[in-house]
Design a binder for this molecule. Structure first.
Ligand code: F6R
Length: 611
């Protein structure tokens, strides 16, 4: 949801900002802009549309200067026009602001500011911030103090960068409920919404907390609270290799990330298992055997793909740990008086660790007394820092807007957790745990097999890419796989796709089936395989077209459809981890056939930091 970056140093700020924005474009790509403070003035370049237009504009009309801010936008307030593109300025153009988040009381602020003579040029909430700081500067002409006072008047979420024409030697930043990091370099410093934007320049990071302001010069970054008191901050070292955030020869990040999945699984498992002793090591969660034994219920709370991972987690936890699990959409959880108390464990799942709804649900659960653990990818993200224990999935930076490798890594983390609880509650024997750990370690090879056969499904993608609707069917632990498969298809190909628990088909969706409706049936070996075959036959009987996902060696399925994608056999509880991979590939290939921009699909953003 919008990416911001700022630079102060000795290099041409616009170049660094542009390259950083390229790494942040996954956060929004409706418009982009840069502002530079130099020679006693602020100069801006802004464009509607993707970053490439801004790059062209900067080539034709370069900006000099070594202090600046930049923004790539995912529109919330105001259409994605140049007028609404950040950076925004105050009435005189003396100061400029970039912002990620939502100023919830901006209408009231705007009314008061207009009444006080301020002139607005955009429809954004952010512009109110620029004028508010301008107004506060009338008191003492001190931009730092004016920013603090202005932020005390603001409700909502913000990560902001501010520059002023009269102070080109400082860059100001602040955050509340939207991510913002400081990058500490040698004679140069940075602000950014996310690590990849500044990785080529530094790996030393300071995470800003809510309601902190950073006053950044070339040589130092001082962090204060809104009352002006200095706060000591720790500099963290980021281990990510910058190459991980590049495409590495693949045409798209999404495809690269799909192909990374075998390695990601190895990373997520890491040193967390010992097959011989059947031990699982998840010390980072700080869960005791006593806590595991007295658990009355678990709530899993997440959004989107992470929510579907949570649905798979429910099956895993209920089967292995015999504890009641509810899975909630984060945006619903906090508005429905959840039955959470000190004996309930809440698990929040988030790739970015910044999803506003998930963060709000985590805070709600904590306020109700629950222990909250997080399954998170991005280290040091807001969710990772606020949970009682974070289980990092180690998927590396996920840049493709449609989540792939993070999903698979989340499933691995959930399986490890389920096994751990099963052992702690005395429900999974040593031989059983050993067997499952062994099968878990075989998954990367199984997925490598699926990936090596990826080209085999090209003809299926070619045959069905013009269809306007798809139905996905799955049962049991693969019902969420159907949901995730259909989400992948709709978000990158813009084809309408729905997912149903296959047993529900006869209760309504069967009415949709005709000869133009492809039905993706997840029919890999499972306890409900025969029932799934019956559903396949029900579709065929109504002239529907079936694309079946089946276990290698299953010839029976060929009696019903020739559109078969085979995957290697595994235990049912692990099957979602393999089954999702061909569905990701199918969605990718169909989207490519239709000419979609798979890494940056329309209307989406990678990190959803607004509620
Ligand atoms: C879909 C997708 C989204 C995210 C959702 C939650 O491909 O990426 O549905 O899964 O926005 O994001 P995180 O996991 O960052 O909380």
């Amino acid at each position: 949801m919008c990416g911001i970056i700022g630079y102060i140093g000795e290099q041409t700020a616009a170049d660094i900002i542009l390259s950083g924005l390229q790494k942040l474009e996954y956060r929004g790509y409706d418009s982009a802009g840069v502002a530079i403070a130099s020679d006693g003035k602020i100069e801006r370049r802004r464009c509607e549309g993707k970053l490439v237009k801004l790059a062209n504009l900067l080539r034709d009309q370069p900006l000099c200067g070594t202090t600046g801010i930049g923004h790539t936008r995912w529109a919330t307030h105001g259409r994605p026009t140049e007028f609404n593109a950040h950076p925004h300025i105050d009435c005189t153009g003396a100061l400029s602001v970039v912002h990620n988040g939502i100023i919830e009381n901006y209408l009231k602020l705007k009314q008061d500011l207009i009444a006080g003579g301020h002139e607005f040029r955009s429809q954004t909430d952010t512009e109110a911030l620029a004028h508010l700081i301008e107004e506060e500067m009338k008191i003492d002409n001190d931009v730092e103090k004016a920013l603090s006072r202005a932020l005390k008047k603001v409700d909502g979420a913000y990560a902001i960068g501010v520059i002023h024409k009269d102070s080109p030697d400082i860059l100001l930043a602040a955050r509340k409920s939207s991510p913002l990091i400081l990058g500490i370099g040698d004679g140069e410093n940075f602000i950014a919404s996310d690590v990849p934007a500044i990785l080529p320049y530094t790996r030393s990071i300071i995470y800003l907390e809510d309601e902190e302001i950073a006053i950044i010069s070339r040589d130092k970054a001082v962090v204060k609270n809104l009352d002006g008191e200095t706060i000591e901050k720790k500099i963290e070292h980021i281990e990510w290799n910058p190459v991980l955030a590049e495409k590495g020869g693949f045409p798209h990040f999404m495809l690269k990330e799909i192909f990374e999945q075998p390695q990601v699984i190895r990373n997520t498992i890491g040193g967390r298992t010992d097959e011989e002793s059947a031990k699982i090591y998840l010390e980072e969660l700080g869960l005791s055997v006593e806590e595991a034994q007295k658990l009355s219920a678990i709530y899993i709370v997440a959004c989107g793909t992470a929510y579907y991972a949570g649905m798979v987690g429910k099956y895993m936890l209920e089967k292995l740990a015999r504890v009641h699990v509810d899975v909630d959409l984060a945006s619903e959880f906090r508005y429905r008086a959840p039955m959470v108390d000190a004996n309930t464990l809440v698990i929040v799942i988030s790739q970015s660790g910044e999803t506003a709804d998930t963060l709000a649900a985590l805070r709600e659960a904590k306020s109700l007394g629950a222990k909250v653990i997080g399954i998170v990818n991005v280290k040091g993200s807001s969710i990772a820092r606020e949970v009682d224990g974070a289980l990092y999935i180690h998927a590396g930076p996920e840049i493709g807007v449609a989540s792939t490798k993070a999903y698979v890594a989340m499933l691995i983390a959930l399986l490890l957790l389920s096994l751990q609880f099963g052992r702690m509650r005395g429900l999974v024997s040593v031989p059983e745990a050993r067997r499952l750990i062994h099968l878990l370690k075989e998954l990367p090879r199984n997925i490598e097999t699926v990936l090596s056969e990826a080209a085999d499904m090209n003809w299926i993608a070619d045959r069905f890419c013009e269809c306007s609707d798809f139905l996905y069917l799955g049962r049991g632990i693969n019902f969420p796989t159907a949901m995730e498969g259909s989400l992948k298809l709709k978000e990158i190909s813009y084809i309408h796709a729905e997912a149903y628990a296959a047993g529900e088909m006869k209760h309504g969706p069967i009415a949709l089936i005709d000869r133009r409706m492809p039905v993706v049936a997840i029919a890999t070996k499972s306890d409900t395989y025969d029932k799934m075959l019956s559903n396949v036959q029900e579709v065929i009987a109504r002239e529907g077209m079936v694309i079946a996902l089946a276990t290698t060696g299953d010839e029976q399925i060929k009696e019903y459809t020739q559109n078969v994608i085979y995957v290697p056999e595994t235990e049912e509880i692990l099957s979602p981890i393999i089954n999702v991979v061909p569905l990701q590939l199918l969605a990718y290939k169909i989207a490519i056939n239709r000419g979609s921009d798979v890494d940056q699909p329309r209307n989406l953003a990678k990190s959803v930091t607004v509620e």
